[in-house]
Design a protein around this ligand. Structure first.
Ligand SMILES: [Fe+2]
Length: 480
């Protein structure tokens, strides 16, 4: 009889970080170690999946869980923590029923429901950004939910003054132009005949100022994009969505995705303005990109910086809590494209390969030349067995690699995009904020690092009174 081969557990206690009932709270943080910088005034927000079990049913996939937003408000009086579930239709109906009702990204079950029989009823669990005087929580391919920026109470779906509706595809990765506060985002409308990439630009009040449509050859599952002063940039990997299976066979999104590396990846460059110039695309190997780091233009050269995986990572987000069991290396990679010849000029990978994700930069440098970025990494990447993020890596294009790295002790994990908060009084000085989950002690905290010296370890620890789920994307809003 063949015996099952046990894979090593490289993430002891990880189940304690996922499988518990999150409680909504709001309190002043006490027991802070280290000194919070006096200039750090504003709000940190993070969104992430926080409910994986209900009435004996457990979700399979990290993306299935209901979104919960946490905030840290830094004032002269101290630091206030608040967390609250995003009150989506899905959450409200499932609370009332006492059971999961809707199909998840990675979990389908007999009798599960969809929104208008068409799409997932979104758990709104991916990202959260302040915009137009309010706070917006984003999920995949759906309208954001508007939250009260202080209490995190859900106000309802945000439809940009009626310009979008509840079936408008809208990604979870809007970009904010630091030049004018515009929000730019995309959504892919899938159709058997011709999938269409829609790009929207809203001014700082949320009014639609521009919309463009670009036909794409294949039904790409695409999560993120890059913004420059003149272009929107898409790294389209051959991870393709089969709606025949999703609608016809009642399977999850995860089971409807096909990875076809032989079709190759392409970088699509779409003009942002009303220039006569048309969109174009160039071949870009066979890698997979979930997140871009940043893009910018200098003269006729376009720089596209991404985290490039060898294969899609979604399969590694399951089964909860045994994540990343077979995850493959990933590198930060810089592509430089000549906009005049429309050709790839160079491809510059960094050596760092610890499957980094959740890249972050100074938000003032989105679409502009920059050198520094931060991301989470997995030290045991490449080895078998479940594992999780346990490195905070600071990359620099000037140095060409990651030379500044923080490694947690065993049994401690990091969560949430490592957000950069700049010192408004000292250019180049800033802190990085990240979640810390200690599975040995079951304690959770937020950590503040010196952004350009993360290897020193945390400057400040903000302990919570309870456990915390690992978050996805985060943002920082300096006090105005
Ligand atoms: Fe993302």
């Amino acid at each position: 009889m063949p015996t099952e081969i046990e894979t090593p557990d490289r993430a002891p206690g990880l189940e304690l970080c996922f499988l518990f009932d999150a409680v909504e709270e709001s309190y002043e943080i006490t027991g802070i170690t280290g000194r919070v910088p006096g200039w750090l005034r504003g709000s940190y927000y993070v969104n992430g999946p926080a409910r994986f079990e209900r009435a004996g049913r457990r979700y399979k996939h990290w993306l299935d869980g209901d979104g919960m937003v946490c905030s840290l408000r830094f004032t002269e009086q101290g630091v206030r923590f608040t967390n609250r579930f995003v009150a989506t239709r899905k959450l409200r109906e499932e609370e009332a029923a006492g059971a999961f009702l809707y199909r998840g990204f990675g979990t389908a079950f007999p009798g599960d429901r969809l929104r208008r029989n068409l799409m997932l009823e979104p758990p709104v669990n991916v990202s959260v950004y302040p915009f137009a005087g309010t706070l917006l929580a984003f999920g995949e391919q759906t309208l954001p939910m508007e939250l009260d920026p202080a209490t995190l109470e859900t106000r309802g779906e945000f439809d940009f003054h009626g310009r979008l509706n509840e079936v408008s595809p809208f990604a979870a990765h809007p970009k904010f132009d630091p030049a004018n506060g515009h929000l730019i985002n995309f959504g892919i409308a899938f159709s058997a005949k011709q999938p269409m990439l829609n790009v929207y630009e809203f001014d700082a009040t949320g009014t639609l100022v521009r919309r463009s449509r670009h036909p794409i050859e294949m039904p790409h599952s695409n999560h993120d994009f890059g913004l420059t002063a003149g272009h929107c940039v898409f790294f389209l990997s051959p991870l393709l969505m089969d709606f025949g299976r999703f609608w016809g066979e009642g399977v999850s999104v995860m089971e409807s995705l096909r990875w076809e590396p032989e079709r190759g990846s392409r970088i699509l460059v779409a003009p942002r303005g009303s220039k006569a110039e048309a969109a174009f695309s160039i071949p870009a190997g066979q890698g997979y990109c979930l997140h871009l780091i940043n893009c910018f233009e200098e003269g006729h050269m376009l720089t596209v910086d991404i985290l490039e995986l060898e294969a899609p990572v979604y399969a590694e987000y399951q089964p909860i809590p045994d994540l990343f069991q077979t995850v493959r290396p990933c590198h930060p990679v810089r592509y430089r494209i000549d906009l005049e010849s429309r050709k790839l000029a160079e491809r510059l990978p960094m050596d760092y390969d610890r499957t980094p994700d959740f890249p972050a930069i100074d938000p003032c440098l989105v679409s502009r030349a920059y050198t520094d970025f931060w991301m989470l990494g997995i030290s045991a990447s490449g080895a078998p067995g479940r594992k999780f993020f346990d490195q905070l890596a600071h990359g620099s294009w000037r140095q060409g690699d990651v030379r500044d790295l923080y490694q947690t002790p065993a049994g401690e994990y990091l969560g949430g995009e490592p957000v950069y908060a700049a010192n408004p009084q000292a250019r180049g000085e800033g802190v990085v904020i990240v979640e810390h989950l200690n599975a040995r002690t079951e304690e959770a905290a937020f950590l503040l690092f010196d952004a350009v010296d993360v290897k020193r370890g945390p400057l400040v620890r903000l302990p919570l009174r309870h456990r915390l789920h690992p978050g996805f994307h985060a943002s920082w809003a300096a006090m105005g």
